[in-house]
Design a protein around this ligand. Structure first.
Ligand code: PLP
Ligand code: COI
Length: 363
């Protein structure tokens, strides 16, 4: 399908490369345009790029009532040649369709999703923030628009992509280990539910737990399985820990854990990192005992927004604190972070096809 363009007049668009003064932060800024495509009568149609702005939507739109809404998160980076490169957006397109299956939303051709992202970045390329460590955060999402109040899959949807010039997700940045609340009260997902999808409702359900985490001085919750025995993941990133021989362990993907593209990438980079990266079921009691005995020396989270974040300590709801190593960012986490971000920025060549140049379509 051919994408049509209804762009802002040149006088209202950014005319020179964005050079932010302070830290751009995460997720607040937008660019001049967005990508839209509609679904009705059994097919996706009318792919278009239009000025960023509000949607017109019926108050009875089903996404607003029953939460039939999913999203993705990806990033694009500027390389030394001044061109913008997306990072593994084929994996995001694939996962969008997996999420869509879980909440009964019609799939979108993966190439179409990637074409949408590329065309939008091309149009708004001057919004790339020229700042150390910054990127264009890509947010594709789909929501149900049919005006009907019965609980069943909608017959109409909108697919939208917006861009956000962004910096670090955590205010503490990459140089400080964050604290996670290990909660036995709140659960993110149960088997048979929507945990493995990026369904919007999963994040609404995490807000109350997030508030509890903040009250404990923690950045996020580390969720356990519904029996409180196994470590699953955090609210916006997969969890990992590192043994004293350097082995990186990520909890096995189940239907209650989001299959992180960052985690999958780190697993694929094992050889370049010179260490084993594997998945296994992580039992909470053993995990804590291994931190205390020094068998586990570092821990953290993997995610597109979070990148590779170090966890300095965990706190339980009874106030008990467990510090990992000396509570600072350890050398293994720094090494993983460095390799991963150097590949994203094009300083080191990663596996074939991970970074793709955004074509200049010259609109
Ligand atoms: N787990 C959850 C619940 C998330 O929201 C995210 C972020 O997207 C991740 C894990 C990390 O996934 P990815 O590395 O694909 O961004
Ligand atoms: C991402 O890492 O891209 C995410 O989607 C996490 C988000 C909830 C901030």
């Amino acid at each position: 399908m051919e994408i049509t363009y209804n762009l802002k007049p040149a006088s209202e668009r950014r005319t020179e490369q964005f050079k932010p003064e302070g830290n751009v932060g995460f997720g607040s800024l937008r660019t001049d345009h967005m990508f839209l495509m509609d679904y009705h009568d059994g097919q996706w149609c009318d792919p278009r790029i239009v000025p960023y702005g509000p949607f017109e939507m019926a108050p009875g739109a089903m996404a607003l009532h029953y939460g039939q809404s999913i999203f993705e998160g990806a990033k694009a980076f500027m390389h030394e040649d001044g061109e913008i490169y997306t990072f593994r957006i084929n994996k995001n397109a694939e996962r969008m369709n997996r999420s869509a299956d879980i909440v009964c939303i019609p799939n979108i051709d993966e190439q179409m999703q990637m074409d949408a992202i590329n065309a939008l970045i091309d149009v708004d390329r001057l919004w790339f923030p020229m700042q150390e460590g910054a990127c264009l955060y890509i947010r594709p999402f789909i929501f149900a628009t049919e005006d009907r109040l019965s609980v069943s899959p909608s017959s109409r949807y909108t697919f939208c992509v917006v861009l956000s010039p962004s910096g670090a997700y955590y205010a503490a940045g990459v140089n400080k280990g964050i604290r996670l609340l290990i909660s036995k009260t709140f659960h993110r997902a149960v088997s048979g539910g929507t945990g493995a999808s990026k369904a919007a409702g999963n994040y609404a359900a995490s807000l109350r737990a997030g508030k509890a985490a903040a009250a404990f001085g923690a950045s996020q919750v580390l969720y356990l399985d519904s029996t409180n025995q196994q470590i699953e993941e955090a609210g916006a990133m997969n969890h990992f820990h590192i043994l004293k021989d350097g082995t990186v362990i990520i909890p096995t993907f189940t239907d209650t854990i989001l299959k992180s593209i960052t985690s999958q990438s780190i697993m694929e980079l094992g050889e370049m990192l010179g260490c084993e990266v594997r998945q296994e079921t992580v039992m909470l009691d053993k995990f804590i005992a291994d931190i205390e005995s020094g068998e586990i020396i570092e821990a953290g989270g993997f995610g597109t927004a979070a990148v590779v974040s170090a966890v300095g300590s965990y706190i339980f709801e009874d106030g008990h604190v467990v510090t990992v190593g000396n509570g600072e960012v350890g050398e293994h986490v720094q090494r993983i972070y460095k390799l991963y971000t150097e590949i994203q920025k094009g300083h080191i060549k990663g596996p074939e096809g991970w970074v793709k140049r955004v074509e200049r379509l010259a609109k």
